[in-house]
Design a protein around this ligand. Structure first.
Ligand code: PGA
Length: 251
């Protein structure tokens, strides 16, 4: 059984004071909820959230990390720095980082390996652009991102990777992929590729989220699909009523 997991991705929103105010409200509303939830926040909010959510079961994630142990990389943050703060997750390879910050399958792979050597669980993002989809390249793109991104990950760590399938054209646009469409891509292209890479049994253990314009109103449809194990949620995670979306993820 794969445990449902909903992660919020705040992107570059919320100061520390705003994060603290969110956390107070959200953790009170979250009490008694059975769905695993996490907030992936800007670096400056992480310590505040880790302290606020201690003992609540709500996880905290970063949105990026560097793959080197340390060094002359102005503006970057290492895995050790995140581990010291006590974060649970780190998003790797989000399409906005691939598009604006030169993230490649190779750097995704280096980051995953570095994270998996310690306790932080990566949330690895894959997904096709509209042009790639229209050109019939969806499967090839997703297969390449998974194959190159997950190359050389030791067997014992594979099931600790969470995959988020996010079609780029659905991110922040209000144009979500239908649950049937997302579910079949996740089942055939994503879990299918994982089965080729890791074997069927291991592929069945990996949690795969859908992301792209997920809301309180459509989350239940996604969760009803047997291959969708959760969601990565941008815009709808910014207010404490995100808890309603988390609750609606129980099917
Ligand atoms: P969205 O973002 O929910 O605002 O579409 C999803 C994401 O970028 O992870």
């Amino acid at each position: 059984m794969r445990i449902p997991f909903i992660a919020g991705n705040w992107k570059m929103f919320k100061t520390r004071a705003e994060a603290a105010a969110f956390a107070e409200e959200f953790k009170a509303l979250y009490q008694g909820t059975d769905v695993r939830a996490a907030i992936c926040a800007p670096f400056t909010d992480l310590e505040t959230l880790v302290e606020a959510f201690r003992g609540t079961g709500i996880g905290v994630g970063a949105q990026n990390v560097h793959f080197a142990d340390e060094g002359a990389y102005t503006g970057e943050i290492s895995v050790k720095m995140l581990e010291e703060i006590g974060v649970d997750y780190c998003i790797v390879g989000h399409s906005e980082r691939r598009q604006y910050f030169a993230e490649t399958d190779e750097t995704v792979n280096l980051k995953l390996k570095k994270l998996l050597a310690g306790p932080i669980r990566p949330i690895m993002c894959v997904g096709e652009s509209l042009e790639q989809r229209d050109a019939g390249e969806l499967f090839d793109v997703v297969q390449r991102q998974l194959t190159e991104g997950l190359a050389g990950i030791p067997a014992e760590h594979r099931k600790r990777v969470v995959i988020a399938y996010e079609p780029i054209w659905a991110i922040g646009t209000g144009k979500s992929a239908s649950a049937a469409e997302a579910g079949s891509i996740i089942g055939l292209s994503v879990r299918g590729t994982l089965a080729e890479l890791f074997g069927e049994a291991a592929a069945q253990q990996v949690r795969i989220q859908y992301g792209g314009s997920v809301t309180v109103d459509n989350i239940a449809e996604y969760m009803a699909h047997p291959d969708i194990d959760g969601a990565l949620v941008g815009g709808a995670s910014l207010k404490p009523d995100f808890v309603d979306l988390v609750r609606n993820a129980i099917v």
